[in-house]
Design a protein around this ligand. Structure first.
Ligand SMILES: [Zn+2]
Length: 408
């Protein structure tokens, strides 16, 4: 019998760090080491339709119970870990009967209760940390271990349920988690990502997101004979950026539901300078007014220097999942009911970012994000709570049960 903890420890020891600079998919071949293991484990559990596609995406099905015609639902987690910190030689520390105090790690690092106040409520439980030299990878191997454990339970369930699909993706951390998921083949009424922090939360809203690429073209000529001829694109880009709001509508000055414009990357020469600016808000319409502001600034600069060429490209990135979730309200209702059935008081939360679920929802599969017991992601101070992961297993089982009484 392999337990939730055994699974979790087995998965976190496999280095699956994503590589943001790679051109291939998955971005690092080592992600496939975990994908292959999961494929084997799905097979030996007795799941059906076990497949790993050419991109390393693993899918499998807990078949419906006999005579049950309930719609299929899906659970998602990602195998990759963040490129922001090393995931080589992860040496997980299992701390049973946690005493409620600060947790010292190697290299002078400390997980402080003051910085992780959730720890206070977990006294007496089992906390899994790193040894201080790597990240843990609970983001999102907690989600994988939870889904695998719930799938095993569902194979032996004594209640009717429809098909329950599991899907393990690659490269979520670099924004490509959903590139190679075949939603038509998956054929589900809704999905749930197990990639949220803590316990009892349901992420129901994310930012809506566009990226603007602003390119300013000037005129380059040798500086010795530049008088009246040179138009320096770098100087005009500086003016362009100077006109963006700073005291409001910037990441430095906003929180909660406030949106922002954020220039985050630029390249440039006298002849041509480009900047990439991300536009974020919970209201998709607000992105249009941000884009209009960029056009207005371009207009002002061109009025001052007609020889400038200014090009603004707006690229859609993802949308607030609230819009897509409205199409299948049961996706969220059932998540709330599942948590309540387990005696929890569900907290509906918003994320100042996106999830795989926001992209899946936009593509037509309503997919809220559920808690999975992970904390302090992307950091050597990352930790996970075994009890919170156990609760998430029960939430998944309960969701299958609740959906089991529904029809398309
Ligand atoms: Zn994650």
């Amino acid at each position: 019998m392999t337990t939730l903890l055994d699974r979790f420890l087995r998965y976190v020891k496999i280095d699956t760090r994503a590589d943001a600079h790679s051109e291939s998919y998955p971005s690092s071949k080592k992600q496939l080491d975990l994908s292959r293991l999961l494929q084997e484990e799905c097979q030996s559990l007795g799941l059906t339709d076990v497949q790993m596609n050419e991109f390393g995406i693993v899918t499998a099905t807990v078949p419906a119970t006999a005579g049950c015609s309930a719609p299929a639902i899906a659970f998602f987690a990602h195998v990759d870990t963040s490129p922001e910190f090393t995931g080589t030689n992860v040496n997980p520390q299992v701390r049973e009967n946690y005493d409620g105090s600060d947790i010292p790690l190697k290299e002078g690092r400390v997980i402080r209760v003051a910085d992780s106040p959730e720890l206070a409520a977990l006294k007496g439980g089992t906390i899994i940390t790193t040894d201080g030299t790597t990240l843990l990878g609970a983001d999102d191997k907690s989600g994988i271990a939870i889904i695998m454990t719930a799938a095993e339970k569902l194979l032996n369930a004594d209640f009717p349920h429809g098909p329950v699909k599991v899907c393990f993706t690659c490269d979520e951390e670099i924004g490509h988690g959903t590139d190679h998921i075949d939603l038509a083949a998956l054929d589900c009424i809704c999905g749930y990502t197990l990639d949220g922090d803590g316990t009892g939360k349901i992420d129901t809203e994310t930012f809506s997101a566009d990226m603007a690429k602003v390119t300013i073209r000037g005129i380059n000529i040798h500086p010795s004979i530049g008088k009246g001829k040179m138009v320096n694109a770098i100087r005009y880009m500086a003016q362009f950026l100077d006109r963006l709001p700073r005291e409001s509508d910037s990441p430095e000055t906003t929180e909660d539901r406030q949106g922002f414009l954020h220039p985050y990357h630029m390249t440039g020469t006298v002849a041509e300078t480009s900047v990439e600016i991300i536009l974020r808000d919970f209201e998709t319409d607000k992105l249009k007014s941000y884009a209009e502001l960029l056009h207005q600034i371009a207009h002002e600069l061109k009025a001052r220097e007609p020889r400038l060429e200014i090009d603004i490209q707006i690229i859609e990135q993802y949308r607030n999942m609230r819009e897509g979730l409205a199409k299948e309200p049961r996706a969220l209702e059932k998540a709330v009911s599942a948590l309540e059935a387990l005696g929890q008081n569900p907290e509906l939360s918003i994320i100042r970012g996106g999830t795989d679920g926001s992209v899946l929802t936009a593509k037509g599969l309503p997919t809220p994000n559920l808690s999975s017991g992970q904390h302090n992601p992307h950091s050597p101070l990352e930790w996970a709570s075994l009890e919170e992961m156990e609760e998430a297993v029960e939430v998944v089982v309960q969701l299958a049960k609740l959906w089991g009484t529904e029809h398309e």
